[in-house]
Design a protein around this ligand. Structure first.
Ligand code: UDX
Length: 483
């Protein structure tokens, strides 16, 4: 059923972004939403109800956007029940399409949105012209909802274009990949360095045990080829030129619109509000004052994103490396009482927080190195802030991101597994990697590359129609408004 009803539609075009309810998916969606708002669109993010007891900590509408992004929630069919990942994904793909469709009818076409507010007073009927649905990898069915409703669909690819190329070629059988009988096969893809097993995303390895994700990627490429009119990527031309050029020749074209990082990060740095994220945990700002007291470029910032947690052995190695190297540090340890850890683990040399204002930390002049799992948001935030990285990849796209950081972007080093491929790295190796970034023989070269990429990142999103990503966003907006 098409939603067009000229009598009822408002003039102003709306975009509905359907985000998977995970930190690493919400942030790039929100930041793309802000860019679209700056081009005159109205933006709503739809995601599933949060687990009981969870809150969404939203940014204030302060500096970067004149309008707020609205959040709408629909049911994943589980009513707050905690289940394993496979059950969750099954329930989401079973109930998501119906519930999202209902939500769209309520808010865009069939019924007055928020017909009654909390005091029971009837609100004005809102009619909005829904000109595009933006979905992402983990909600591939949103493309079918858009198609059924006659609304144009775009997908936001939240990982590097390199990963788009790797997954596309893997799921469409366009290249040989390692198998159980040939587990060490090196993968050669256009525009990328040769990828060994340790450089490939864990989901394409024969040892992959996350069937739910493989199914999702497969469904995503199917939905994309059938119904998406655009694939937007959180990357920028100067960062991944070779693979972007090669992918657009052979694969469904992908349009870089990144880095999707708050623009204030790309500018002058720590004095600005760099609050471009939505948070699933409450931000502890206590580390900012502590950072103010530290020397420029002296601090190691440690964070492994929203999903990965280090084992006790991994944490112990890292802690020992930091102590031996005497580097001041800010360390994010999720779900732990930061205060307790500050006294036991930080010990005056560092500060431990449960959830940091990451983009602000990275933009602070005191931070000289980011020890990261290599999640793509964290990687791009560091690139945008010009902070070199030590990448300690855990799973998913992170091994490939580590390869890019070290060998393609040249803005950091990767910690090396032992000969037996164990993911637990000793403190000597952690120390070696941090030293190499902070003051080793290659340090100046790495820092210089980081400074250059920071400038290129800023240029890509520069306003005034100049930056490559900004031009692409404008073109996208013109196309969806014109449809
Ligand atoms: C997931 C996957 O794990 C990752 O591999 C993929 O590239 C994206 O989706 P996640 O592990 O959460 O993401 O990592 P990342 O992509 O780095 O996103 C984490 C986000 O949380 C970043 O935007 C970061 O700024 C934010 N963050 C992290 C905070 O705001 N505070 C913190 O203390 C830690």
């Amino acid at each position: 059923m098409a939603l067009h009803n000229e009598e009822e539609e408002e003039e102003e075009p709306h975009v509905l972004m359907v985000a998977f309810s995970a930190q690493g998916h919400l942030n790039p969606m929100l930041r793309l939403g802000k860019r679209l708002i700056s081009h005159g669109l109205h933006v709503t993010i739809a995601t599933t109800h949060l687990q009981p007891g969870r809150r969404l900590f939203k940014p204030s509408s302060s500096s970067t956007t004149a309008r707020d992004i609205e959040f709408l929630f629909y049911s994943d069919g589980l009513d707050g029940r905690k289940v394993d990942l496979d059950t969750f994904m099954d329930s989401l793909s079973q109930h998501g399409p119906t519930n999202l469709t209902k939500l769209i009818h309520q808010n865009y076409h069939t019924a007055p949105a928020d017909a009654n507010n909390s005091t029971g007073t009837r609100k004005t009927r809102r009619r909005r012209r829904l000109c595009c649905i933006v979905s992402n990898t983990f909600v591939p069915w949103a493309a079918y909802v858009a198609h059924d409703l006659g609304i144009p669909c775009a997908m936001l690819w939240i990982q590097p274009v390199a990963l788009y190329a790797v997954y596309y070629r893997y799921y469409r059988n366009l290249n040989p990949f390692p198998t159980l009988t040939d587990p060490d096969l090196t993968v050669n893809l256009p525009g990328l360095p040769p990828l060994r097993t340790e450089d490939l995303p864990s989901f394409v390895l024969p040892t992959n045990t996350f069937g739910a994700f493989s199914k999702l990627f497969s469904e995503m490429f199917g939905a994309m080829e059938k119904h998406a009119s655009w694939v937007l990527a959180n990357s920028f031309h100067a960062l991944e030129a070779d693979v972007i050029i090669n992918s657009s020749k052979d694969l469904f074209p992908v349009v870089p619109v990144g880095p999707l990082v708050d623009p204030s990060l790309l500018g002058k740095g720590e004095e600005e509000e760099a609050d471009g994220a939505v948070n699933l945990w409450e931000v502890d700002h206590s580390c900012m004052e502590w950072l103010d007291e530290q020397a420029a470029g002296s601090v190691v910032y440690v964070s492994f994103g929203s999903l990965a947690t280090l084992s006790a052995d991994q944490s112990a190695s890292l802690e020992m490396a930091l102590k031996e190297g005497r580097w001041p540090f800010v360390w994010v340890v999720k779900g732990t009482e930061a205060g307790e850890l500050s006294s036991s683990s930080g010990g005056g040399q560092g500060i431990v927080v449960a959830w940091a204002p990451q983009t602000k930390v990275l933009a602070h002049r005191a931070v000289g190195c980011f020890v990261t799992h290599g999640g793509w948001n964290s990687t791009l935030e560091a690139v945008a802030a010009g902070v070199p990285m030590v990448v300690y990849p855990q799973w998913s796209d992170q091994p490939t991101n580590a390869k890019l950081v070290e060998d393609v972007f040249g803005v950091g080093v990767r910690v090396r597994a032992n000969g037996d491929g164990k993911i637990v790295i000793g403190s000597e190796e952690m120390g070696r990697a941090i030293r190499e970034v902070m003051d080793g023989p290659k340090s100046e070269q790495i820092k210089g590359n980081a400074r250059r990429l920071k400038i290129a990142a800023g240029e890509a999103v520069a306003g005034g129609g100049e930056g490559t990503s900004e031009v692409s966003v404008r073109k996208f907006v013109d196309e969806i408004i014109g449809r």
